[in-house]
Ligand binder design. Structure first.
Ligand code: ZN
Length: 327
């Protein structure tokens, strides 16, 4: 699997060897990009220092990496050389892997095939170890570097388990601070904060709404449920909305004589007057005909609503009474 992209581009020799490092054409760039900054980090690792052991060289390189916001891990040994990769590269699980030195796979892997790679090699003339740098494309990361150091996690990161917990508790209407406490208790190693919870809940809602804002989502649901609905916008802001269920419209056409309208104020986040429109059956039962939001209480706004009501009624029907709480 590993390096398939590159294999196809090369001459085909070494197709089962470990020498991908050597046969990469210099112009190649990684195919996958996860927010790379395109910077060649190789120069940060230039040193004339001779290290007493491979581990000492690794420690030195690891610290340089940390100071540049990424993590180096021991990847494998090949022909007496230790390969150090970015922790987001794919690990070599093949023959060259030395089970004693390779780090255990991170179970919460963030591997994205990063090609960053340097080597620790024995000095050619005598004792000690030095750092050997590869061609430029092995100095570049294909992903964003760590911006949030705690546990090498991005700001928005929650583990899968924690996300499931947030999802479950959110659908049970739990408040964010209750959710936060639960996540902190069950996943203490994750250092979750309030922001993580809010961010994830936001993302959940947006996914449910497929990117619609709340008023569009409202309309979307109205459409999906076959509500009759009318909207008025002024400068891209919804000022009036009118909605009626088809069954209500049928009832209205059967019993069109008395229509009641009742406003409530400031009961919704838009601070828009909310208008309920009701009909009355001959046996004195009320039924909901429609409801409407409008930006104000002007006669003009009422007129807009009555126009829509007229559309539901049809032109020939004339209610004997329209009862409102106004006039
Ligand atoms: Zn990397």
């Amino acid at each position: 699997m590993r390096n398939n992209f590159y294999m196809a581009e090369t001459t085909g020799r070494n197709s089962n060897s470990q020498e991908t490092y050597a046969i990469l054409a210099p112009t190649m760039i990684p195919l996958l990009d996860f927010g790379s900054d395109g910077i060649n980090y190789n120069p940060k690792f230039v040193t004339s220092e001779i290290f007493s052991s491979d581990d000492a060289a690794f420690e030195w390189a690891r610290n340089i990496a940390i100071s540049n916001d990424f993590k180096l891990v021991k990847s494998s040994w090949k022909r007496g050389e230790l390969y150090l990769r970015c922790n987001r590269g794919e690990r070599n699980r093949g023959k060259g892997r030395n089970l004693e030195t390779a780090e255990r796979p991170n179970t919460k892997t963030q591997a994205c095939g990063c090609k960053f790679l340097i080597k620790v090699a024995p000095c050619k003339d005598g004792e000690g170890w030095n750092i050997v740098l590869g061609p430029e494309q092995h100095g570049i990361h294909n992903h964003e570097l760590i911006t949030y150091r705690e546990g090498n996690r991005q700001m928005s990161g929650l583990s899968l388990g924690a996300k499931q917990l947030v999802r479950d508790m959110s659908s049970a209407q739990a408040r964010p601070n209750v959710i936060l406490a639960a996540v902190q208790e069950q996943f203490p190693e994750e250092n979750t904060n309030r922001r993580h919870i809010y961010n994830f809940r936001d993302r959940m809602r947006r996914n449910d709404a497929e990117g619609r804002d709340s008023i569009s989502q409202f309309l979307h649901l109205a459409k999906e449920s076959d509500y009759l609905h009318y909207i008025r916008e002024e400068a891209h802001v919804v000022t009036h909305a009118f909605m009626a269920h088809p069954t209500s419209v049928k009832l209205l056409r059967t019993y069109p004589w008395v229509i009641g309208m009742d406003s409530t104020y400031k009961t919704n986040i838009y601070k828009m007057p909310f208008l309920e429109i009701c009909g009355v059956t001959p046996c004195n039962k009320n039924f909901l005909i429609a409801y409407a939001f409008k930006k104000d209480e002007t006669a003009e706004s009422y007129g807009w609503v009555l126009d829509k009501l007229r559309l539901l009624l049809g032109n020939e029907v004339h209610p004997t009474a329209i009862v409102t709480d106004r006039e």
